[in-house]
Design a protein around this ligand. Structure first.
Ligand code: SF4
Length: 397
């Protein structure tokens, strides 16, 4: 049963209705069958979706759903839809070809100074639009089975200064298991920044609030010149409950730097006002938006995907309304060839540049394409002009 907490004027004014206080550990379910708010006929029809793409959620996150509203964003994020099976078979399950950069031991190494360490393949809820749903569907060797192999790879590569712990969700691991990884990373002198990519502050903030040993452990390893960052994944302002805000505050008080990243998602945050509200509220919380992603063209994600120019237009409008900290995000596409930032468009052309690329030849340039309102990904554009070197423009001699 819910226990309503006392009123908090400031929270109410800025963040809307104060949510109920959760006093227990959220319970997880992996079957739509157990969600009574969904009618029997719909539950039956969703079995085939569950058989294709894994389902998992918990009763804290489902408690945020307005079941009267079929378009509720929390519902769209977490509850299967029959439309997921309207798959574009030209789209792959690995849209960014992450497997090509997999080095064993859970390591993805694409950019020289940064690696991803995939520590598990479980999340607090499986986002229906997940671009890594392949990890939850099949046995695969992209996730670390034995963390020592990945740590040895990092230790041997002295250029690696940044390690992003991801998965799955690293905060699903017990605190001692996570500590072992972080402690061993801190023993590697060249590793400076440790990032934890996590949607747990949204899915289950009690993972942080109910376990004081977690923020205490993070505080031990977030050092003056070697910080730990928590890259949160809030997709919609509705996820910014009293509890998730409290969880982020606890992390911040323990020396963790916090930022947020989200894709633009059809039916969830594809309105400038919603995105603006998300940017602003996150900036109030000290969680400035970092990346806003073009939804990767992953199988099963078509219902969430917007053409790139439409998504960019929404992002630009939201940014134009936001204050300085709210507009820090870049709009990027995590393409096989690198992280590509969309930087502007005219009536006829769209401009992009590589924010990061494993290929030196791609750096320092601006790409100009003829506009294509039906493009979802870089590959849908035909290059209109050669890359203009910004270095050349700055130093024409
Ligand atoms: S939290 Fe990230 S990895 Fe987990 S299901 Fe959502 S998008 Fe996928």
């Amino acid at each position: 049963m819910w226990n309503l907490a006392g009123s908090n004027m400031e929270f109410g004014k800025i963040f809307g209705k104060k949510p109920a206080t959760w006093v227990k550990r959220p319970k997880y379910t992996t079957s739509v069958e157990q969600i009574n708010e969904i009618g029997e006929a719909e539950r039956q029809s969703l079995r085939v979706v569950e058989d294709t793409f894994q389902f998992r959620t918990n009763d804290y996150y489902t408690s945020l759903i307005d079941w009267e509203d079929p378009d509720d964003p929390i519902r769209q994020i977490s509850i299967p839809s029959i439309r997921e099976l309207e798959m574009n078979m030209d789209w792959s399950l690995d849209a960014s070809c992450e497997e090509d950069y997999t080095r064993g031991g859970g390591i993805q190494h694409k950019y020289s100074n940064t690696v991803l360490l995939l520590v598990n393949n479980v999340c607090g809820t499986y986002c229906r639009f997940c671009f890594r749903k392949r990890l939850f569907m099949n046995d695969n060797d992209e996730v670390a089975r034995n963390i020592s192999e990945g740590l040895a790879y990092i230790a041997e590569n002295s250029k690696i200064t940044n390690v992003l712990l991801t998965g799955g969700d690293p905060l699903i691991l017990s605190t001692p298991k996570l500590e072992e990884i972080i402690r061993r990373l801190r023993e590697i002198k060249h590793v400076k920044i440790i990032r934890i990519g996590s949607k747990m502050p949204a899915f289950n903030p009690f993972r942080i609030l109910n376990d004081p040993s977690l923020p205490e452990m993070l505080s031990k390893y977030s050092l003056a010149t070697k910080k730990i960052y928590l890259m949160a994944h809030f997709n919609h302002p509705k996820e910014l409950t009293e509890h998730s805000i409290e969880a982020m505050t606890v992390l911040q008080r323990h020396g963790v730097i916090t930022t947020n990243q989200t894709p633009i998602l059809r039916g969830i945050n594809d309105s400038p006002n919603t995105l603006y509200e998300l940017f602003e509220k996150l900036s109030y919380m000290g969680v400035p938006p970092y990346y806003v992603f073009q939804c990767r063209p992953t199988q099963g994600n078509e219902m969430f995907s917007l053409p790139l120019e439409e998504a960019y237009g929404i992002f630009e409008k939201a940014q134009s309304m936001a204050s300085g900290l709210g507009k820090r995000a870049r709009f990027v596409m995590s393409h096989q060839t690198g992280k590509i930032e969309v930087i502007g468009l005219t009536e006829e052309q769209i401009f992009m540049r590589y924010h990061r690329s494993p290929d030196n030849a791609n750096r320092d340039g601006i790409m100009v394409f003829n506009r294509n309102s039906q493009a979802y990904w870089l590959d849908d554009y035909e290059e209109a002009e050669k890359i203009i070197s910004s270095r050349y423009m700055m130093n024409p001699a």
